[in-house]
Design a protein. Structure first.
Length: 152
């Protein structure tokens, strides 16, 4: 792919300034050199100079996390104690179960601060699902097959 980018970047300005006959010749050279299809080569030659992957900057804005790492760890711990429910159930069950868990001493971990407790209570169901996605993948069983009984 890097060779294709290099070839098309070198010939891009020459292709745009060339006559119709010269454009056809340049296009034939690019096809012979890179092995691309004709329409792909034409698109790469007319599209402008492509940046090198190391020079290309990601234009996405990085948003800061809404909740702390302590809140995420507390959420995972509470989710495990609840029996791995989905985010909608966690959202409903947290105001009911979290005070009981705190009184029973189930969440007396170093990450169970007052701010983390308040943050878990303020999370939406979608945020809970997003924050629990890595934990779900760690817990998920893979490749287990249950044989049929002889009565089937």
């Amino acid at each position: 792919m890097a060779a294709r980018r290099h070839v098309t970047n070198k010939l891009c300005t020459a292709y745009t300034r060339a006559s119709k006959a010269d454009k056809s010749r340049i296009l034939d050279e690019v096809i012979a050199t890179t092995g691309m299809g004709r329409s792909t080569a034409r698109r790469m030659l007319t599209g402008g100079v492509l940046p090198h992957p190391t020079e290309q900057l990601d234009q996405r804005r990085l948003r800061p996390k809404g909740f702390s790492d302590d809140a995420r760890l507390l959420l995972e711990h509470v989710w495990t104690l609840m029996g791995f429910p989905c985010g909608k159930y966690v959202k409903v069950m947290v105001p009911l179960c979290l005070p009981t868990m705190v009184e029973a001493g189930d969440v007396d971990k170093p990450f169970a601060t007052a701010e983390a407790l308040a943050a878990v209570g303020a999370m939406s169901a979608a945020t809970i699902d997003r924050y629990l996605q890595p934990a779900r993948h760690r817990v998920q069983s893979v490749g287990i097959c249950f044989p049929r009984s002889s009565e089937d």
